[in-house]
Design a protein around this ligand. Structure first.
Ligand SMILES: Cc1ncc(C[n+]2csc(CCOP(=O)(O)OP(=O)(O)O)c2C)c(N)n1
Ligand SMILES: CC(=O)[C@@H](O)[C@H](O)COP(=O)(O)O
Ligand SMILES: [Mg+2]
Length: 643
């Protein structure tokens, strides 16, 4: 009978000896490889925080003390130790979330998987404890990658100002985001890491001196005092200590005893303290350690023995983009690429191999990436910033006020646009076509298939006086959808079967196959439909309003929030043109979506061909007077004035 199943909550760890804790760590590693190889997930990051998480839960008393994780992808061990050991449906509908979830446990706080926010949360919680005179502790785990995000430094600036406000920051330093972490901070952490041997030397010395009668202890105290000077001499760690933060470390992040000792010191310190832990992403699992690209940062289903993927997804949107970028790079030397610590996930790895001097990895710093792009464009280059749609949210102001205001030719390529599903609410790319609607002169392309990605990327990089956006979904690219005609700049995907067609269906991006299916279903109801793909959804094509006037109903379908999305923009364009044709806009409801597969989420929100066809059929019937809505709310009337 293993030890893990005996852990129902963190306090069960207190009964284990250090030998048993090491046994537990090994058991957890075996569990992670076995479970995550079946479901997919963030295997590498979690293999790296086994001992760290055990030690944190031994020293701190969750949920009274708050144990916080930045990004949250490395919280599987935390879940295992807080009563959640059924990983059979990890990241699946009804199963455990891949990130902390307040609905799952009182031990979980931050659900947002956007990096670099944990220190802000910790600062706020520590202030609340101080004001409410609560002696609870706050311990925040932040990775070396997340530390490259500007928000982390905004928080550190505030945290360091309150010298007497207890807060423990655990830097989980595994030297990687996906790829090795970049920048001056990474170099500084490396400097600190090199004093690791020095720490061991001191620890050994302390052990000997503590066992030396009479002179031992005072001598150790003297040495310890000298340590700071000596260490500063060997490895200047000014940055954290110059900020006013107590620095403890570097600590071996896989030595539970050393971790507990450091965390106990930090817990007693009574002010903000950084515990710098050296960990190994993918630790204990050779296929992960051998993965030079990203140490199995996020894997699909794999063979546990070999780590090889169980199924390949065929041609995906990301690869289509990446291959076209390489071709563009050969044709135009002004094309440069930017990534926010996700070179391979956004498909820039091949471009980087071909043009290493023309790729900039800015770290997890999307805001800086956008402003730097404005600089690059002003300097005569054409930057292509490849980023997940959801992560562009945090660079909105920079896109608006640095890129667009200055009419910079920058192309933002948004991968994972639309419902992604399994990574939960903060990972769906459902806001870009809403927030970007208000950016003057910005143009948005939503390619429907691989050929359109290639074509629209080229059209985008040809625009030199305004930002352009090309957005596409996660995963396998759909079938080619050929146009059968053209109206204005819009592709006609299906001509109506009647002279006076009923429905104008505006199909956005990757939903083209579904829109053609909707048209087929409407056909069966005797409803004639024209299907158009605007290709560039912002600005709305000038031919759309006059085309709409030739139909009885306009329907828009988009993989974006309905709030302020393409449907809203088309409705506004019709109003502006004085075209009063009824419009129904179908998209993602403006709410946070629980994790499930993309297909399950799309079904849940009614973004399916049958659901939409049914609603459009009802609308047309209503227009024909063949159907009055019995559920119509009669209460919403105003009685006429009685004279
Ligand atoms: C704002 C933002 N940009 C990008 C990502 C994608 N992302 C998820 S984890 C990760 C790397 C995090 O590195 P680190 O903080 O060092 O954690 P580790 O995986 O090494 O434990 C990135 C870039 C994100 N979650 N949030
Ligand atoms: C935690 C995080 O933000 C990323 O690692 C994300 O999980 C990757 O998502 P994809 O699997 O879509 O690349
Ligand atoms: Mg890291």
């Amino acid at each position: 009978m293993g030890l893990l199943t005996r852990i129902k909550g963190p306090r069960d760890l207190d009964r284990l000896s250090h030998e048993q804790l090491d046994e537990l760590a090994a058991e957890i590693r075996g569990f992670l490889v076995d479970a995550v190889s079946k479901t997919g997930g963030h295997l590498g990051p979690n293999l790296g925080v086994v001992e760290l998480t055990i030690a944190m839960h031994r020293v701190f008393d969750s949920p009274k003390d708050k144990v916080l994780f930045d990004t949250g992808h490395q919280s599987y061990v935390h879940k295992l130790l807080t009563g959640r050991q059924d990983f059979s449906k990890l990241k699946m509908k009804g199963g455990l979330s891949g990130y902390p979830s307040q609905a799952e446990s009182e031990h979980d706080v931050i659900e947002n998987s956007h990096a670099s926010t944990v220190l802000g949360w910790a600062d706020g919680l520590a202030k609340a404890n101080e004001l409410r005179k609560k002696d609870d502790h706050v311990v925040a785990v932040i990775g070396d990658g997340a530390l490259t995000g500007g928000m982390a430094w905004e928080a550190l600036n505030n945290i360091a100002a309150a010298k007497d406000r207890p807060l423990v920051i655990v830097v989980n330093d595994n030297e990687r985001s996906y790829a090795p972490t970049i920048g001056g901070l990474a170099n500084h952490l490396a400097t600190l890491r090199t004093t690791d041997g020095y720490e061991r030397f001191l620890a050994r010395g302390k052990d000997i001196l503590e066992r030396t009668p009479v002179v031992g202890k005072p001598l150790y105290e003297t040495l310890h005092g000298a340590k700071k000077g000596l260490k500063d001499f060997i490895a200047p760690q000014g940055m954290f200590e110059d900020l006013g933060l107590k620095y403890v470390g570097p600590i071996d992040g896989h030595d539970i005893e050393a971790l507990e000792s450091a965390l106990q010191r930090a817990k007693r310190f009574g002010g903000p303290v950084i515990v710098h832990c050296l960990t190994q992403k993918g630790r204990g699992y050779k296929p992960a350690l051998d993965d030079e690209a990203d140490r199995f940062h996020a894997v699909g289903k794999i063979h546990p023995d070999t780590g090889l993927p169980i199924s390949s997804s065929g041609l995906d949107w990301t690869s289509v983009f990446g291959e076209e970028m390489v071709k563009l790079g050969h044709e135009r030397e002004d094309i440069v690429a930017i990534t926010a610590a996700m070179l391979q996930p956004v498909g820039l790895d091949k471009f980087s191999k071909a043009f290493p001097e023309r790729v900039y990895d800015v770290g997890i710093a999307e805001q800086h990436g956008a402003v730097s792009a404005a600089g690059l464009a002003t300097g005569g280059l054409h930057p292509v910033f490849a980023v997940y749609a959801t992560f562009l949210n945090r660079a909105f102001d920079q896109l608006l006020m640095d890129v667009a205001l200055h009419k910079c030719g920058v192309t933002f390529v948004l991968d994972r646009a639309g419902v992604t599903g399994t990574d939960g609410a903060s990972h769906n790319g459902m806001w870009d076509m809403s927030i970007l609607q208000c950016v003057p002169d910005l143009r948005i392309a939503a390619p429907r298939d691989a050929d359109q990605v290639r074509m629209q990327l080229r059209e985008a990089v040809d625009v030199e006086d305004a930002p352009t956006v090309v957005r596409f979904s996660k995963g396998a690219v759909g079938p080619a959808v050929n146009a059968v005609g053209k109206v204005g700049g819009m592709d006609v995907l299906r001509k109506p079967g009647a002279d006076k067609p009923d429905v104008l269906l505006v199909s956005v991006g990757a939903l083209a196959p579904m829109c053609l299916e909707i048209a087929d279903l409407l056909d069966k109801q005797g409803i004639s439909t024209t299907v158009v793909d605007p290709r560039w959804v912002k600005p709305v094509d000038e031919a759309l309003a006059p085309l709409a006037e030739q139909h009885r109903v306009v329907v828009t379908v988009e993989d974006n929030s309905r709030a302020g999305g393409v449907g809203s923009a088309v409705a506004q364009a019709l109003r502006d043109a004085g075209v009063d044709v009824p419009l129904r806009d179908f998209g993602i409801p403006p709410r946070f979506l629980d994790h499930a597969s993309r297909k399950e989420v799309m079904a849940e929100i009614g973004l399916t061909a049958p659901d939409i066809a049914r609603q459009v059929t009802g609308l047309v019937a209503k227009l024909d007077g063949r159907y009055e809505n019995p559920a119509a709310d009669q209460s919403a009337t105003v009685e006429p004035a009685r004279d």
